[in-house]
Design a binder for this molecule. Structure first.
Ligand code: GLN
Length: 286
């Protein structure tokens, strides 16, 4: 019997729904549009078209991986962030919509008429630094990560978004390999570092704890290890008047504000995300 897009999509969705996957309808559609190289709308405008056996088989394979818990974004190798396309695989954290408020706050501080030097620490997929460079065309960004595999992904994403002339990467454990002649020259340091307390990683959703890189999540015993190191060394690299911005966990705002104050940063401020949770902390180097 002829198998149509409509039939196969309904089956995929119902398997996901029966497994209590909250985003069953969306995931079913995203995975099928990925296999067919369609937009999601085309699934509906072509719903009566026949689907080949190979395509159906490839779709089912993705559905079964999703049923086991693999995030949809690792199956399609795509995630949009700040309305830009990003390639992702299991060597990087999947960009979160919650992180967009960090980028928007950073962009508010950038004078778009002037050259501006940004460091993005723990860059991962590169989503933060690359979107800053995209929306602030005179900005230069250095993305830093300890993971070689993550940097390959970030370099690919800089090319994908055509900012590779202004975004460069350094493989480094935080500031260890960052040239010391950059000290005192940086306008902005931005970072979404690993910030989950080690003991709490296993309590995260399985989709996160079993699939996303633990190196991108683990912030040490109290989750604050990276903030301490980035504040301590970051202030050497920032210009006077330069700004340090972090994404934080919802309950880390006061700790990170105090850390900035204790290291001589002024105007330490917490900003909330769209869900009303504390999400960003920034401060100015005196
Ligand atoms: N900077 C990347 C992001 O925000 C990676 C963050 C990380 O690995 N902790 O998605």
């Amino acid at each position: 019997m002829k198998r149509t897009i409509e039939n196969v999509l309904a089956e995929g969705k119902s398997l996901l729904k029966d497994a209590n996957i909250r985003t069953w309808a969306l995931d079913g559609e995203i995975l099928l549009s990925h296999i067919l190289s369609f937009s999601r709308v085309q699934l509906f405008t072509h719903s009566r078209d026949e689907i080949s056996e190979e395509q159906e088989k490839a779709y089912k394979e993705l559905i079964y991986k999703r049923l086991k818990g693999a995030p949809t974004q690792y199956l399609t190798n795509e995630q949009e962030f700040m309305s830009l396309p990003f390639y992702v695989d299991s060597s990087v954290l999947i960009p979160r919509q919650d992180t967009e408020v960090l980028v928007e706050t950073a962009l508010d501080f950038i004078n778009k008429e002037k050259e501006f030097q940004v460091l993005d620490l723990c860059t991962g997929s590169g989503c933060i630094g690359i979107s800053i460079a995209y929306y602030a065309p005179l900005c230069r960004v250095i993305g830093i990560d300890i993971s070689e595999d993550a940097l390959k992904v970030a370099e690919h994403n800089a090319k994908l978004n055509k900012v590779n002339d202004r975004v460069h990467f350094i493989k480094s454990n935080l500031f260890e390999e960052v040239p010391t002649n950059l000290k005192g020259t940086i306008d902005m340091i931005v970072s979404n570092p690993p910030y989950i307390p080690t003991e709490e990683i296993k309590e995260l959703m399985k989709e996160v704890s079993a699939y996303e890189p633990s190196i991108a999540l683990d912030g040490g015993k109290d989750g604050l290890d990276f903030y301490r190191l980035i504040v301590r060394d970051g202030k050497e690299y920032l210009k006077s008047g330069g700004i340090l911005l972090f994404e934080i966990g919802y309950n880390q705002g006061d700790d990170v504000v105090n850390l900035l104050k204790s290291q001589g940063f002024s105007d330490a401020t917490i900003k909330k995300d769209l869900a009303g949770l504390n999400r960003v902390v920034f401060g100015i180097k005196e």
